[in-house]
Design a protein around this ligand. Structure first.
Ligand SMILES: NC(=O)C1=CN([C@@H]2O[C@H](COP(=O)(O)OP(=O)(O)OC[C@H]3O[C@@H](n4cnc5c(N)ncnc54)[C@H](OP(=O)(O)O)[C@@H]3O)[C@@H](O)[C@H]2O)C=CC1
Ligand SMILES: O=CCCC(=O)O
Length: 289
């Protein structure tokens, strides 16, 4: 199957590489075009614009940083809309808000194309090993057509109904994750400041009812102040912001998420946005008497 792939950041590079390794023909595009070269070494072709990729491929996947990027790649000059038509499908796997996704869906479908939003749970390593969880919504026929690709990219896909539901589910999941990261960081600081060994805390957490892969995977690196980016903090803060907007629209009080968002904003303002979202630990460590 020939698939187009737009956006070769941390996630897009791993996902398109995975498709190539599993026998898909992949045509890639990235805003910074030089990032395509590594994929070419593994057999990918390059499209010089999003429109060129869509012209060549029946299915095109996008994995872009945020709503502005997702909209730009579709609506700007040489964008997806210039070549989408009936018989072609567009799958946006970026994490965006439901309004952005709906706007893209309307534009694609008004030109006869099929649209699916399919944000993912899971980070760099699950993307490399095909262990993502795919939260799809939109055109059911396109979802079914995409299953061979989703089976390579993920360990499980969900079809959640109408466009917007995948985006909302992803924001709820990441809102919980961002709040957990803040609570975890505060716990690590509290254990150290009160004279405990934080490595003991990690062991104890891992044996109890709140054990989870995020604490297990990131905890030891956080204690060494190693925040090599898997999920950039700037994207986690974007997701908190979009989740809080969803809370506003639905009159859901979210004081815990709002406090977590403030910590991520502070970390961004201190220049930590390109580090892993675990770097929020650094600003919590800085608070003293
Ligand atoms: N990293 C993670 O663990 C996960 C991330 N996500 C989500 O996946 C998406 C991608 O994340 P990730 O790969 O980490 O992000 P990166 O920051 O590594 O990559 C972002 C990508 O978006 C492109 N981009 C940014 N702005 C524009 C623009 N205006 N026009 C065109 N392209 C643009 C970048 O191009 P360029 O190279 O030119 O800068 C790059 O390809 C985000 O929505 C994120 O929230 C979801 C699950 C996990
Ligand atoms: O959006 C990013 C999710 C990262 C993860 O699920 O570990």
């Amino acid at each position: 199957m020939e698939v187009g792939f737009l956006g070769l950041g941390i996630m897009g590079k791993a996902m398109s590489m995975n498709l190539l390794k599993n026998g898909f023909k992949v045509t890639v595009w990235n805003r910074t075009l030089s990032k395509c070269n590594e994929l070419v070494e593994f057999g990918a072709s390059i499209g010089e614009t999003p429109a060129q990729v869509v012209k060549k491929c029946r299915l095109t996947i996008a994995m872009l940083s945020d709503p502005a990027a997702a909209l730009s790649v579709v609506f700007d000059k040489d964008g997806v809309l210039e070549q989408i038509d009936s018989g072609k499908g567009y799958i946006d796997m970026s994490t965006v808000d439901p309004e952005t996704s709906s706007k893209i869906s309307q534009a694609i479908t008004s030109k006869g194309g099929a649209f699916l939003e399919a944000p993912v749970s899971g980070s760099k390593q699950p993307a490399e090993t095909g262990q993502l969880v795919i939260l799809a919504a939109g055109d059911k026929g396109l979802y079914e057509e995409s299953i061979p690709a989703f089976d390579v990219l993920g360990k499980k896909s969900f079809f959640l109904g109408q466009v917007g539901n995948g985006a909302k589910m992803k924001l709820v999941v990441n809102m919980i994750m961002g709040s957990m990261m803040n609570a975890f960081s505060e716990g690590l600081v509290l254990s150290e400041r009160s004279g405990l060994n934080p490595h003991d805390l990690l062991d104890i957490l891992d044996l109890g009812g709140i054990a989870n892969p995020m604490f297990r995977g990131k905890g030891p690196a956080m204690l060494k102040s190693n925040h090599s980016p898997a999920f950039p903090l700037k994207h986690q803060q974007k997701d908190m912001r979009l989740a809080l907007a969803l809370g506003d629209e639905n009159a859901v009080s979210m004081p815990v998420a709002a406090a977590a968002n403030e910590s991520f904003k502070k970390a961004r303002s201190m220049g930590l946005g390109d580090l892993d979202f675990s770097a929020v630990h650094e600003i919590l460590k800085m608070t003293k008497d």
